[in-house]
Unconditional design. Structure first.
Length: 479
């Protein structure tokens, strides 16, 4: 039974290890708090956000990608304050601003912007902010996130939405809200992460921090939880295009002073889900849906608890070749993913932060074929259940930061593959005829059965081979 795991934790933020937090306190020359308006901008991270202080003159800016930011604080009757602020640690950065009275004359100096490049960055990382994600080019369903990543240097997008970082094969690791996913996330194998829910992306291709492991061709860090805002907020989007492509999504959230509750939903359909093997684009429709809910509560300045739940499904038809289309083949693929994440956060002091978070996930995929499928009738039912827990402690001593981490992964796999059909069938083309013999093979659960195809002399036909069990066909005969 799949359930939501709730963990009690200590942490500085609810997002990734490459995210920081800025705490602003704005006062007048006498030290009294001022209600003001502030903005943070970082061109290198594609980040731009505005804030309003509370009655105590405090602003809490959470989930800031590492980098340099331009801070601007304004209040009527006071001089505008501008400064550059560096966020380079997961530990919260305390920053005080004292506004002075507006002079009779003010002088404005325009200089080159200093937030285009992070000179302190030691790893090869590109960051994409929410503004850039909202301005992305519309793509086919299932490929929005991979197409965004493909715009960065060092990445290659292969057929059917498979990403290759620096020429490596299947070495992409996704880290969603600090929790790793190392399985294949291409459209054929897993539902897409809803890019409309993504708050920021960090794409790492070199100089990996010590906490990463397993797949290191490229690491894609995804922050799906944005900055909480008080009151009711919502958004909706829709698009349409060729191949009967249509998408629709909506989001709503309500924020109190210390609590935020939000939900999102998305639906997409297209008649060109995968890259077809022939120009006619036979049987290539696909539909996907996505639901998500999130909850976050701050019981105090040092404590924060959050829960995220996601459910996504994808259903599509496998594209046919000409001979398969003439035979009436219909192969349907379905994938479903359920994810629950939970975290509780606490800040011990300005120099000591801890983080413990967990995830429970279930991913299933199935393949069904009708009786007219050729050259084989294949069925598949595979999936796994995964639990992941990690604990991190981060301490700062002068110019040095110390980090310790302990993590544990639990995974249970289930796999069943069946290739069945006992009758033989003659496949004819304009110039060739061939008799294809069907072989029935049933694999036991948890037993691996990988299949490959060998080309046949009939155009569009192929014969499969499965781990020591091979289907064969007779030689071609010329009319």
């Amino acid at each position: 039974m799949f359930g939501i795991i709730i963990f009690l934790v200590a942490a500085a933020q609810f997002a990734q290890s490459s995210m920081g937090e800025l705490r602003l306190r704005i006062t007048d020359p006498a030290g009294l708090p001022l209600e003001s308006h502030a903005s943070l901008v970082s061109e290198a991270n594609g980040f731009a956000q505005t804030f309003d202080t509370d009655s105590d003159g405090v602003i809490l800016a959470k989930r800031l990608p590492f980098g340099r930011y331009r801070l601007e604080v304004t209040r009527p009757g006071f001089a505008t304050y501008t400064a550059l602020v560096d966020i380079q640690s997961a530990l919260p950065t305390e920053y005080r601003v004292t506004l002075t009275l507006l002079p009779v004359r003010a002088q404005v100096t325009v200089s080159a912007d200093a937030t285009m490049l992070d000179v302190r960055q030691s790893s090869t990382v590109q960051r994409i902010g929410e503004t850039m994600l909202q301005r992305r080019i519309a793509t086919l369903p299932g490929r929005a996130l991979s197409d965004v990543v493909n715009t960065q240097p060092g990445w290659l997008l292969e057929a059917n939405g498979i990403l290759h970082p620096r020429g490596s094969e299947y070495q992409v690791q996704y880290v969603v809200d600090g929790l790793p996913m190392t399985d294949n996330r291409s459209p054929s194998f897993a539902p897409e992460l809803d890019v409309d829910r993504v708050h920021a992306l960090s794409i790492v291709t070199g100089g990996y921090p010590a906490e990463y492991g397993r797949k290191l061709g490229g690491v894609i860090e995804v922050v799906s939880v944005g900055v909480a805002r008080q009151g009711l907020h919502g958004s909706a989007a829709a698009s349409a295009g060729s191949f009967e492509t249509a998408t629709a999504s909506g989001a709503a959230e309500y924020g109190w002073r210390r609590t935020m509750l939000g939900a999102t939903a998305a639906l997409a359909h297209t008649d060109r889900y995968l890259d077809p093997p022939v120009e006619e684009n036979f049987s290539n429709s696909g539909t996907g849906s996505h639901l998500a809910a999130q909850f976050e509560h701050e019981s105090s300045v040092a404590d924060r608890v959050g829960v995220v739940f996601r459910h996504a499904t994808t259903r599509f038809l496998v594209p046919n070749e000409r001979v398969q289309q003439e035979a009436g083949q219909r192969q349907e693929r379905t994938t479903e993913e359920i994810v629950a994440q939970a975290s509780y956060q606490h800040i011990f002091s300005g120099n000591v932060v801890g983080d413990v978070r967990g995830m429970a996930r279930r991913l299933t995929a199935g393949l069904a074929s009708n009786a007219s499928s050729t050259p084989i009738v294949a069925e598949q039912d595979r999936g796994f259940r995964e639990g992941y827990v990690k604990a991190t402690i981060l301490a700062r001593n002068g110019a040095h930061e110390w980090k310790g981490r302990c993590r544990r992964r639990f995974r249970r796999r289930a796999r069943s593959v069946r290739i069945s059909h006992f009758r033989s069938r003659t496949v004819r083309s304009r110039h060739h005829s061939r008799i294809l013999f069907r072989l029935s093979v049933a694999s036991m659960p948890n037993r691996r059965c990988s299949c490959k195809t060998e080309s046949a002399s009939v155009p569009g036909a192929s014969t499969p081979a499965c781990d020591g069990i091979t289907t064969s066909s007779s030689s071609s005969s010329r009319r």
